[in-house]
Design a protein around this ligand. Structure first.
Ligand SMILES: [Fe+2]
Ligand SMILES: [Fe+2]
Length: 188
């Protein structure tokens, strides 16, 4: 049972989200943009090492994270809030090994999952069913992202840093891309 906290007051007459939910949604815009920048950084690291398929994987992930950020932007506008994008930290640029860059990405996805759960907690506490429905898409998306990144990490660990061309070859034949548009549109 969601207990009444009295913190559910709307920011204005027409807003469909509480002030604290809007603040957390705005923070998540920054988090998703931060993830996008981190993946651009990792992609360019692989591109510079002549590993085009690993680079393509991360460029694609970077695009997806930007799309996630934009879903939050549109949602904040749709519920009558103001978009206030926070400062986004600079991404990490140097990686000792491919496995390190991918392990960092997997860690990142776990962190994002916790961030999404925290948003769901606020939406539940606010009894904001519109926001809960919107956030469901992200919960499902995180399962996919963690699974995909975990698969890539085990491929790279199995091949070893000296044999990343095996990974390139594998990715060329079996692109481990998230199913295109599987949950797309849920928040459009
Ligand atoms: Fe994301
Ligand atoms: Fe992600």
């Amino acid at each position: 049972m969601a207990k009444k906290t009295g913190k559910t007051s709307r920011t204005n007459e027409r807003s469909l989200a509480s002030g604290r939910l809007l603040a957390a949604l705005n923070q998540q815009i920054g988090n998703e943009m931060g993830a996008s920048l981190q993946y651009v950084s990792i992609a360019s690291h692989f591109a510079a090492q002549d590993l085009p398929n690993l680079a393509a994987f991360f460029y694609r992930q970077a695009d997806e994270e930007r799309q996630h950020a934009m879903k939050f932007v549109h949602f904040v506008v749709d519920v009558g809030g103001s978009v206030v994008i926070p400062a986004v930290p600079a991404p990490r640029a140097k990686f000792a090994t491919a496995a390190e860059a991918i392990a960092l990405s997997l860690d990142w996805e776990h962190t994002v999952t916790e961030q999404i759960y925290a948003l769901v907690d606020i939406a539940k506490d606010d009894r904001n069913y519109i926001a809960q429905r919107f956030l469901d898409w992200f919960v499902t998306e995180q399962l996919e992202e963690i699974t995909t990144m975990g698969t890539l990490l085990s491929l790279v660990e199995r091949a070893g840093e000296e044999n990343l061309l095996f990974v390139e070859d594998y990715l060329g034949k079996n692109p481990i891309v998230p199913a295109e548009g599987e949950a797309e549109g849920a928040a459009e």
